[in-house]
Design a protein around this ligand. Sequence first.
Ligand code: GLN
Length: 465
Amino acid sequence: MSITKEITRSLDAAERLNPELNSFLSIESDPALKTAKELEANNDHLPLKGLAIAVKDNICTKGMQTTCGSRILANYKAHFDATAVERLKQAGAIVIGKTNMDEFAMGSSNETSAFGEVKNPWDTTRVPGGSSGGSAVAVASGVVKAALGSETGGSVRQPAALCGVVGFKPTYGRISRYGLVAFASSLDNIGIFGRTTKNVAEVLSVIAGRDEHDSTSGAVAVPDFAAGLEHPIAGKTIGIPRALFGEGLDAEVRDSVLRAIENFKDLGCKTVDIELPYAKYGIAVYYIIATAEASSNLARFDGVRYGFRAEDAHELRKMYFKTREEGFGAEVKRRIMLGTYVLSSGYYDAYYSKAQKVRALVKQDYINAFQKCDVILTPTAPGTAFEFGAKTADPIAMYLNDIFTVSANLAGVPAISVPCGLSSEGLPIGVQLVGDFWAESELFQMAHAYENAHSLDAKPAIYAS
Ligand code: GLN
């Protein structure tokens, strides 16, 4: 198919499905078609030439809106491209639009977006997961083959699992965060959705690597991740933290993940029981560190420099107050309050400083585990997609959705979620593989081999052919 035809197909599908799914906050037809024509007219070989891509709306895209799913940035247009976006464009990919998300990436269901909820294409009465639900749905519904999301505690892997696509979070520092609007800087990563692991590997090969605009990006060699995918996985050792397979885990999810373990054995892998003793503190530690960093990062939204400014506030402090009161939603306010509380002088040692110590122990768990195994396997999410409203009244129940994903962010290790079947209600289930620092190649080889043998052939009810 010609580039223009493929981009037209993608844009049409996005326009057609959006009234029902609400996965895009903006669809950028004119610039996308213009670039498609330009690319078609030149003969350069580019690695992602003509690939339609959707980008989460907290990643800056020059001249396009970047709202972070928030009223406070409703009219904000970025004046530069995030490094990841710039590299994608240089490789010939075409951004077709910006995707809906939980406000400032805070949430696990997309219900905190200021611009309405995203629907799961497998069952539109259910959430797509979050916070990168729009990007997950853009891939799951067949609009694009790949999309960018962001990960602070599971926001790519969890919606990937709930929508039946592949979702990947890199080693911290693998992908530049320049142009990713900060939520919790020590945990934030740009992540990638793909229909297959190969889609993810191709995108990572292009966007990874040191960037002088982000001092935390690693000067680590970037291999061609897609070229190494067929490397045999027989003989690899998979660590299973069985203690995490107990309470709170849906029985069908457990069965599906246990079946995936057997499937890996059939592919020649060995398994070993491991322990991640501090993983059970992951959620508590995450919600202290993430909120502390968020309260500081979000201080910049005060009505002076960016986006929304409240009207009828004629004095500086009133203007700050009213802008933030009107501009932020309830979950963002909750996080800012929690964050300022754990950082306040009376409580700093009891909460923030203690959480940092436990974070170091969570990381040490992984370092110890990787002495015994090549990758670690767990469920991605404790259940399948839930109904809208099911957890909105209980923030803790919502936070527990990230129980299997947050510790990889706390430790900084890479992880991927791959579809591993459907529940009896026909809802997707994901299995998570966690890799050692910078060992993305190995992670992709494992995911790819599994996918080749056990791909999810079913399509969601809403799918653009
Ligand atoms: N669901 C988690 C939260 O609400 C993780 C979000 C994320 O990874 N951005 O903070």
